[in-house]
Design a protein around this ligand. Structure first.
Ligand SMILES: Cc1cc2nc3c(=O)[nH]c(=O)nc-3n(C[C@H](O)[C@H](O)[C@H](O)COP(=O)(O)OP(=O)(O)OC[C@H]3O[C@@H](n4cnc5c(N)ncnc54)[C@H](O)[C@@H]3O)c2cc1C
Ligand SMILES: *[C@@H]1O[C@H](CO)[C@@H](O)[C@H](O)[C@H]1NC(C)=O
Ligand SMILES: *[C@@H]1O[C@H](CO)[C@@H](O)[C@H](O)[C@H]1NC(C)=O
Ligand SMILES: *[C@@H]1O[C@H](CO)[C@@H](O)[C@H](O)[C@H]1NC(C)=O
Length: 626
């Protein structure tokens, strides 16, 4: 059925003379709501100069939560502005996550050429996908639900942010959550009845069992990675509802789309925050919708939830940012703040493939594209429900973690994928990672097709990075993508720690669990590293610099800090320093990246932000909407 629809889609796209296939898909699936209780969010076009109590910019992981929680107050009229359109049938399919980054649902940002990373990827730059759709990056993401380590948040407090300690934010994680994993329903770490569904993929990959056994052989427990201890092996918890993606939009927006005090305007790109330079008060925003410029006014606040790239860029084009840099691009400064600094991210090495001698273990393109998988997906089962293809996670400490005194705090994560880059017949994974076809054929081309299909990956992730990047404006125009320096591996310890991660993956495949299938690493050296001795530390450092990629966890560009801290952009109440009526609530406010995939922490930030806003306006913080 999916395949008939794809063909139909291409015919319709041709008939409509558009290359924007995703829009066509969206429209095609309008008559097929994904769940009878869900439906499309109505599009509202505001009048010029229309007034709202709150204007939220960006309907991503954070924006959808805020729109929901603020409209619980019936007398508050809220406008949510989103540059993208609707999710669709395809964006719901968990294993297709990487495919979505190749579509117009992605803003398609890229880094500048990096000194120590992405050296052999397309254009010699790192691809930085970001969602441009209702639900934002929670529609492109790999669905993995992780919160991090308690110290991550206690550190935020130590950095001058009271109220953000682990014991204070755990209730917000639980508030959003509807845990659907039966053995965790009574856990004190999980919430029931929230908007955001969390479950295990219904598909039990045979690799999962091996991964669990391998962990046990190495002395790690199989546990809840969002429970008491983080270090250990586990099955990935996912933002998923009955085998389908549960994005922030599906979770928080769709159930409340009929609230009369909420308006959502789609395909609307904000290009400026309106700020009175004399009173230094934000009073609205200007956006473009279908080539029309519209200004809307905020009676109480403008809230930026445009993400780590969008929010920083919007602040700067509106005159809030480093004064000297703004002058370079011809912008008068309204507030001189270090916007765009403190850019942090998780980088991973995903080029390796492990080969097995059994055809029933892995999930690569042929299995994913088979009609049998499509049919079982329609019933909410099968390999297509693997979150971004991930089978399991592990958290561990490398020897470089010793500068952290807490022995329970990991610095390396392993993401076990049911397939690998070798099995990427259709080129989708290559497009996501930015690996060239030439590279692919050179490294994996010598393997017969069936061998490439019987391969999986274990990707080590640097979850406590030391290197910090920076985002700058290219021009004063929001439509011009910003200049992004990720600075991956600027600190050599980061490179060393990730090599430790690779060694850990080798330990995992060396276990008797994996050796039952004669599991082995594919040993064709990576282009550019052939001269180094294969499997030496130097070789892996080279390989990492050639092809490591981001896990798309960019945070920190509008850093939260005490008002007198010169490195901060927003206060612990998320108000932009020295400006009235303007808050930021999204991934950009994180002072330090947590050892987590960042979607859940962003949802938590938005939940807490909503309570802070209600409190600041004298409202009760619990739900009074019925
Ligand atoms: C490919 C990929 C895989 C990932 N995998 C995972 C994972 O498995 N688990 C996990 O926890 N995290 C993952 N992440 C990260 C996680 O999804 C993000 O950290 C999180 O979604 C960020 O939330 P946000 O609200 O800050 O920004 P976003 O969710 O990006 O939302 C920002 C929204 O603002 C809109 N916007 C921006 N500028 C404007 C403007 N000027 N006008 C109007 N609208 C605007 C955007 O279109 C977008 O909808 C992944 C991310 C990506 C891209
Ligand atoms: C299709 O769109 C292109 C560009 O928008 C335009 O130049 C062309 O004339 C269109 N073709 C038809 C058949 O409408
Ligand atoms: C910004 O760029 C867009 C597209 O290039 C253009 O349409 C718009 O007029 C520009 N805006 C300004 C203020 O220069
Ligand atoms: C795979 O390798 C293992 C270990 O060498 C061996 O015992 C097993 O028979 C092999 N299986 C197949 C299907 O070749």
């Amino acid at each position: 059925m999916i395949w008939v629809l794809i063909c139909l889609n291409i015919i319709v796209a041709n008939a409509m003379n558009t290359t924007n296939l995703m829009d066509v898909w969206t429209d095609m699936f309008r008559p097929f709501p994904r769940n009878p209780k869900e439906g499309l969010i109505p599009d509202y076009t505001p009048l010029d100069r229309e007034e709202f109590d709150f204007i939220i910019v960006g309907a991503g992981s954070a924006g959808c939560v805020l729109a929901n929680r603020l409209t619980e107050i019936k007398q508050w009229k809220v406008l949510l502005i989103e540059a993208g359109g609707n999710e669709n049938f395809f964006s719901d399919i968990p294993i297709f996550a990487s495919f979505l980054s190749t579509t117009p649902l992605n803003w398609m940002y890229k880094s500048e050429p990096e000194k120590n990373a992405c050296k052999n990827l397309r254009g010699k730059v790192c691809f930085l996908p970001r969602g441009k759709v209702l639900g934002g990056s929670s529609v492109l993401n790999f669905l993995i639900y992780q919160r991090g380590h308690p110290d991550d948040y206690d550190d935020w407090v130590k950095m001058g942010n009271p109220g953000w300690g682990y014991s204070e934010i755990l209730p917000y994680f639980k508030k959003s959550e509807n845990i659907r994993i039966s053995e965790l329903k009574n856990s004190m770490y999980h919430g029931k009845g929230g908007y955001l569904d969390i479950e295990h993929a219904p598909y039990k990959s045979p690799l999962e069992k091996l991964f669990k056994k391998a962990g046990e052989e190495l002395g790690y427990e199989w546990r809840d990675p969002n429970g008491e201890y983080l270090i250990g092996f586990s099955k990935a918890q996912a933002t998923m509802r009955k085998g389908r993606r549960c994005s922030s939009s599906k979770a928080f927006l769709e159930p409340i789309r009929h609230r009369s005090n909420l308006k959502v305007t789609k395909y609307s790109t904000v290009n400026k925050i309106l700020i009175n330079p004399d009173t230094k008060t934000a009073y609205g925003v200007e956006f473009t919708k279908h080539n029309k410029r519209i200004q809307v006014l905020a009676l109480r606040e403008v809230i930026l939830s445009a993400g780590s790239i969008g929010s920083a860029q919007l602040l700067m084009v509106s005159g809030i940012g480093p004064k000297k840099h703004l002058l370079e691009v011809g912008i008068d400064s309204i507030a001189d703040l270090p916007v765009g600094y403190n850019l942090q991210d998780h980088v991973t090495f995903s080029g390796n493939a492990f080969l097995v001698n059994d055809s029933s273990l892995c999930v690569n393109d042929l299995l994913a594209a088979s009609p049998v998988s499509a049919v079982s997906y329609m019933a909410g089962r099968g390999p297509l429900t693997l979150p971004g293809g991930a089978v399991g996670l592990a958290f561990a400490r490398s020897s470089l973690a010793s500068d952290d005194h807490s022995a329970t705090r990991p610095d390396i994560e392993l993401v076990m994928g049911g397939g690998s880059l070798a099995g990427d017949l259709l080129g989708i994974l290559r497009s996501l990672l930015g690996v060239t076809d030439q590279w692919y054929w050179k490294v994996y081309g010598s393997l017969p097709l069936n061998v490439r299909q019987n391969s999986f990956s274990i990707n080590p992730v640097l979850i406590r990075p030391r290197s910090v990047g920076r985002l700058k404006l290219r021009t004063a125009n929001f439509t011009d993508p910003p200049i992004i320096h990720m600075n991956y591996f600027h600190d050599p310890k980061d490179l060393k720690a990730l090599v430790h991660g690779i060694r850990l993956t080798q330990q995992v495949i060396g276990t008797s669990a994996f050796q039952r299938y004669a599991t082995r690493l594919h040993t064709t050296p990576f282009p550019g590293c052939e001269k180094l001795q294969f499997d030496s530390d130097q070789y892996w450092e080279c390989a990492i610099e050639q092809t490591s990629i981001t896990l798309d966890h960019q945070v920190g560009t509008c850093k939260m800090a005490a008002v007198d801290d010169k490195t901060g952009v927003v206060s612990p109440r998320l108000l932009v320093h020295n400006i009235r009526g303007l808050r930021v609530a999204d991934a950009s406010i994180m002072p330090r990246i947590p050892a987590a995939h960042t979607h859940a922490p962003v949802v938590m930030i938005a939940e807490k932000a909503a309570d802070i806003i209600k409190e600041d306006w004298g409202m009760r913080s619990n739900s009074i909407y019925d």
